[in-house]
Design a protein. Structure first.
Length: 181
């Protein structure tokens, strides 16, 4: 093999390993605390509404489930039906927001993200952000990452990696209880 062909294969292998690591982490809970709320989301709905996250927290008295995902991330796709089901069951008590950050982590495009929302019939608020700093602002190390925020915007819990349906329901109920307490 030529040297350039070997170099190309090594680079492709490194890219593949990086992509798998970015979206294959097992479910784990993170630390509680505060994150930068400076987040603007362009929704995938027909109006392509722009959401100012700080404003949303100030004007909506529900706790928030904030799910960062990527269009080319299999675990992200796998958990979407569970998120939709939980939204339908608890949407009056918890605001669900999905944010596609795939273009910033090398796991999909805006077009792929939008297509997945249509494919799964997602009805909770979801869209993308045009602010690449969301990755560092929210300390996103793996996709998907789900933040459970109290109604004041403070982080109650974080799950990194795909979350099972039963664990999701447990976390949503815990968030509702913690927010009321």
């Amino acid at each position: 093999m030529t040297r350039s062909r070997i170099t190309t294969q090594v680079i492709l292998l490194l890219v593949a390993v990086t992509m798998l690591a970015a979206c294959s982490k097992d479910e784990e809970s993170g630390t509680k605390g505060n994150f930068v709320l400076n987040l603007y989301v362009e929704t995938f709905d027909t109006n392509e509404t722009s959401i100012d996250f700080d404003e949303l927290v100030a004007n909506d008295n529900r706790p928030i489930l904030l799910n960062f995902w990527a269009g080319a991330c299999p675990p992200c796709r796998a958990e979407m039906p569970a998120l939709e089901k939980a939204w339908k069951e608890h949407g009056d008590e918890v605001l669900f927001i999905g944010v596609d950050v795939g273009p910033y982590v090398g796991l999909g495009s805006y077009i792929q993200g939008r297509a997945i929302i249509d494919e799964f019939g997602i009805t909770y608020i979801t869209g993308n952000t045009f602010n690449r700093s969301v990755i560092t602002d929210w300390q996103l190390s793996s996709m998907p990452s789900t933040f459970f925020l109290k109604d004041d915007g403070k982080v109650y819990d974080i799950v990194v990696g795909a979350i099972s349906s039963s664990r999701l329901n447990q976390k949503v109920l815990e968030l509702i209880e913690a927010n009321d307490g």
